[in-house]
Design a protein around this ligand. Structure first.
Ligand SMILES: Cc1cc2nc3c(=O)[nH]c(=O)nc-3n(C[C@H](O)[C@H](O)[C@H](O)COP(=O)(O)O)c2cc1C
Length: 207
């Protein structure tokens, strides 16, 4: 593993449980990897402007200045061997900061093509880990709410061409300290399994 792109999407930034877990994972498993951090909250992307919206829906040249932000984000993704997304669930779905990143990165003729068979990703596949944090439960026996995040994000990534995706869920984080600890305890073996399988890496992650 040479270059990791870490997308931080939580308002709590590096204090978020998911972020801390991701950093422990990276330190344990890929200590020599180059880490490229994209903090979507600390350094917010500009809102979508009329020039970008117009360029996106017309036959504007790929190197037009309207695509500058989009191009930079796609180039960052292309330069990574591995993608790690740390995101909270907000209102059953991805938070606004991550949605904005998606709106810049998912781009016709650049990151996906429209074919008679549907949209086809133009980016190279790469191992991807998504760490989702939620106050409540949306999977398993305690699930009490809808989950529009997991399937949506998986679909977005596959539209880019990224299909080697593993999700690890930190649920019940708003249910007190014991619940947070239980979520972390639950996540660790999930991380061990998924990273060994997807990332071909056997180093233990310290609890
Ligand atoms: C705007 C907003 C919407 C939220 N919506 C949900 C939700 O739909 N389901 C849920 O379980 N938790 C929801 N939460 C709680 C967060 O998912 C929870 O606090 C989580 O631990 C945040 O993770 P973070 O520390 O990585 O930001 C919401 C929090 C905020 C601020």
């Amino acid at each position: 593993m040479k270059r990791i792109l870490l997308l931080e999407c939580s308002p709590h930034q590096q204090r978020a449980s998911g972020s801390q877990l991701a950093r422990r994972l990276i330190a344990a498993r890929w200590p020599r990897a180059e880490l490229l951090e994209r903090d979507l909250v600390g350094e917010p992307l500009p809102p979508l402007g009329a020039d970008y919206a117009a360029a996106l829906t017309s036959s504007t040249a790929l190197d037009d200045s309207a695509f500058a932000c989009s191009e930079a984000l796609i180039a960052e993704l292309e330069a990574s061997d591995c993608l790690i997304i740390v995101t909270p669930m907000h209102n059953f779905a991805v938070p606004a900061a991550l949605k904005l990143w998606i709106d810049y990165v998912l781009r016709l003729h650049r990151s996906f093509a429209a074919t008679p068979a549907g949209k086809v990703g133009l980016l190279q596949d790469r191992p991807t880990l998504v760490l989702v944090s939620a106050g409540g439960f949306y999977q398993g026996p305690r699930a009490r709410q809808a989950d529009f995040l997991t399937a949506y994000l998986r679909h977005v990534l596959s539209t880019l061409g990224i299909t080697e995706v593993a999700f690890v869920h930190l649920q019940g984080l708003a249910h007190g300290e014991a619940s947070v600890q239980a979520a972390l305890d639950d996540a660790l073996p999930q991380l061990q399994r998924t990273t060994s399988f997807y990332f071909d890496c056997a180093t233990e992650i310290a609890p």
